[in-house]
Design a binder for this molecule. Sequence first.
Ligand code: PLP
Length: 342
Amino acid sequence: MSKADLDWPNLDFGYHKTDYNIRHIWRDGAWDEGVLTSDETIPLHIAATCLHYGQECFEGLKAYETKSGDVVVFRIDENAKRMIRSCQRLHMAPVPEELFIQAVFRVVNANRKYVPPHGTGASLYTRPLVLGAGPRIGVRPAEEYLFLVLVTPVGPYFKTGFKPMALKIEDKYDRAAPCGVGHIKVGGNYAAGLHPSLLARQEGYADALFLDAKEKKYIDECAPANFFGITKDGRYVTPESESILPSITNKSLVTLAEELGLRPERRPMPVEEIFDLVEAGCCGTAAVITPVGSITYGDRKVVYSKDGKPGRYCVALYERLTAIQVGDAPDPYGWVHVIPPE
Ligand SMILES: Cc1ncc(COP(=O)(O)O)c(C=O)c1O
C-alpha cells in the first residue's frame, strides 16, 4: 500500500488528519462491537459528565513500521491495564484489555498508510480515550460511556527532539495531589499543568518540572513525562511518588539501565539532588527520552550539558530503547507486538 503524502522526517507532535477513528459505546452494562468512522467530531449530550465533571481518561502509545514492513506497538498490554485503573478511579466503565488491544489494532490497520516509514524517526501516535457520555446534572457517574481511539502521525514532542532542553522547577503551582488522580491519566491533571507550563515556556524553558504537592521537597514529574537522573556513581534515579503517572517508558528504562550497568533506584527524590546529578532526562511515549540540559530552581541553575549535546547514558538508553521499539534490535523482553494485517 502506498503511504500518505507527508513530510515524514519533519512531522511535529500535532494532529494530522487520518482516514479513520474507532468508537465503542458502553450502554446497559456492555460495550458494543464498535464502528470505524471518518467523522472527526462526536455527537455529545450537553449534560455529558465528561463536560461537567471531568469523567474522562486517555492513553497514548505509538505504532512503528519495522525494517521488514511489519507494524508494531510497544507494551500495549501495559497501556490497557493503566486505562482500566484510570476508569476505575473515575468510576467509569473499564475497557477490557482484549477490547482495548483489538480496537487499537483495528484503527491502526485501517490507517496503515499513515504509519510513518521505518527510519524516519516518526510514528503513528495512538490515542485511546474513554469519556462519560451520558447526561447528569447532579454529581454522579454517567450511565453511558464512549471509548474512542484516534491516530495521528507524529514527530518529536519537544521541538528540540533529541537535544538537551532547559527545565524550570515549578514551586507555585501543583499538577496533582497525593491520593488524588496524579497516578492515572485523566484530562484534569493536564488542565492543571497548562498554565504553569505556558509560563515556563514564556520564560524560555521547554517545560515545567513539578514538585510534590505536600512538602514541595521532592521531584514529581515534568508536565508530560517522568524524570530521571544519572548520578556520579552510576545510579539511575527516578522519583517514586503517589502523584505521578507510572510511565511505561520509565519502567522499561529501569530494565535497560540495568543492562547498561547502571543501578536503578526508584524512591522519593529530594529536589536538592539535581545539583549532584551528571545527567538528567524526561521520558515517556511522546517525549521518548528528552535529555535535560539544565534545570533552574529559583535563583539557582544546574547545567548538565555545556556543549548542547546529550550525555552518554541518555544516548545509550535512547538508542537501546528505540532500537527495540522499532524492531531494529531483538526484543528479549516480549515488549513488542506485531499488529496482524487484516
Ligand atoms: C504526566 C505524564 N507522565 C509520564 C508520562 C509517560 O508515560 P508513558 O511512558 O507510559 O507514556 C506521560 C505520558 O504518557 C504523562 O502524560
